[in-house]
Design a protein around this ligand. Sequence first.
Ligand SMILES: Nc1nc2c(ncn2[C@@H]2O[C@H](COP(=O)(O)OP(=O)(O)OP(=O)(O)O)[C@@H](O)[C@H]2O)c(=O)[nH]1
Length: 574
Amino acid sequence: MWPHLAVYQHTSDALAVIDGERFVDVNPGALRMFGCAAPALMLGYRLADFSPLQQVSGVLSAPILTALGWRARQSGNLRFDWRCVGRDGREFWVDIMLTSVAHDGRQLLCAVMRETTARHHEQAAIYLALMAGVAVRSRFDARARHLAEHDFLTGLPSRVLLRDRLRQALAAARRNGRLVALLFIDLDRFKGINDALGHQVGDLLLREAAARLVRCVRSVDTVSRQGGDEFVVVLADIGAIDQAAHVAATIRQAMAREFRIESHRLHVSASIGIAIFPADADDIDTLLQHADLAMYHAKTNGRDGFEFFSPDMNRQIHQRAALEDELRQALAQDQFMLAYDAQIDFASGEPLAAEALLRWRHPERGLLLPEDFLDVAEGAGLMVPIGDWVLARACRDAARWRDAGQPLVVAVNLSRTQFMQKNLAHKVAATLSAAQLPPHLLELELTEAVLMHHDGNARATLAALAALGVRLALDDFGTGYSRVGQLRDYALSKLKIDLSFVSGGVDGDVAQAAVVTAIIAIAHSLGLTVLAEGVESAAQFEFLRRQGCDQYQGRYARANGQFDGLDGLLDGSD
Ligand SMILES: Nc1nc2c(ncn2[C@@H]2O[C@H](COP(=O)(O)OP(=O)(O)OP(=O)(O)O)[C@@H](O)[C@H]2O)c(=O)[nH]1
């Protein structure tokens, strides 16, 4: 049913599709889990055929599975723990999630299965310890306590032990007038690693990250795993807060080193929040909350860094939440508008295109620039709806310019989130057709960072966009990501040189001037048009013209009168 999906084939989870009670589709993970060398050994069989006659509770497996399947179809989904037997005779526990899916007029069940044998052993040990007689109690108690106090995956202290250690550390610090620092650490974009490479690789990465964390602290300190990709470090008995900053910086460096997991070379970073006892809180829960809040700030400030808690953070979080609400209203109430920056041809002095720049007419705060709100929009999941609005409005404006006898190309920036959409090319085609704009009058601008982060699919997406006939430009070129050789692989038609090169180049920085000259020459050899952004002075204009740059945009164009006759047109969008 979904075997064409890469994730279906490569996830370490076992996935199966069940029709009636029989497997009609299984992925490699399921074959591995049930010890089957080929799909034929599973297809057509029932889960009951891979179950012992009875479950541990004594119920018969086959009839109870029939009932569970029926319940899953009734309620949409159902999750339960199940004892299984593989073809190879191995007995194991599985957490099964059944979801009812309608397909071709049939109601199928999709099963996601994860082995939980280790967890069951752990529970069984605790259970045994509780049930054991007085004579064996101490031995089992110790084992049971260890299991409860340590994280199964990493062996680190769990939340339970962390609280205990924190309690002791705070009591000692109170007595001795010392400080305790709490570092809340969350790996950045860890979900992506799980999704791309499977949970097993994610697990190994968590273990290695845990080992690195332990090496960053003294033996009196505690490193614990909170769950998922979150860790908490307690620095007991420190004299000054710069010690906490020092450890946070050390952790950052430790995480920045390449992780080699199986055949993969992974690059990971972490966001760290720090709260200090007694300055930020004097009880465990508030200290944890404040460190968590500071970590959240580290995330929203671009990740890969650390932040100390400050009382102001609460206020900022509320402001952010309010801004998110206002952004939703802005979309609903049409408070956005576009401003345009014309792109001028050096040779003819004629405007050829105009870049759409998003503005928000905030009812109280006046006109806001993208940098004032896009970060919050990203966090609130609003980049796609805002991007859709910009694209639709820009296409309508360009159609209007063409109807007014000024067939300018409209240039629209695409964010990373927009670029990641699977249906991007369809969406662009639909928007062009709704605005009745020919594709060659639309140019989509992408930054280097967007392209480089999606190397796998970037080419296919760009090819699909280029096939529509729209133009593609690489924005902010020179900010350090792309290699010139890669440019050939993308269906680009234009390079935009980053403003910082331009200003350095004309202000007498010989090295930067040489870089600009080289970029223009290479771009031309690849058949690309070169546009310089942010041109402000006659000196910059002259320098770029001499270098053979094709187009420019910026304040100089307006000052030089090159917007004359366009103003009414470009300012007309709202
Ligand atoms: N491999 C593995 N993954 C886990 C485990 N526990 C939780 N996870 C996954 O860890 C991921 C944690 O992701 P988040 O911290 O929410 O998000 P993120 O992708 O790290 O992104 P940011 O934190 O926003 O930078 C989730 O996808 C969980 O399913 C585990 O024991 N092993």
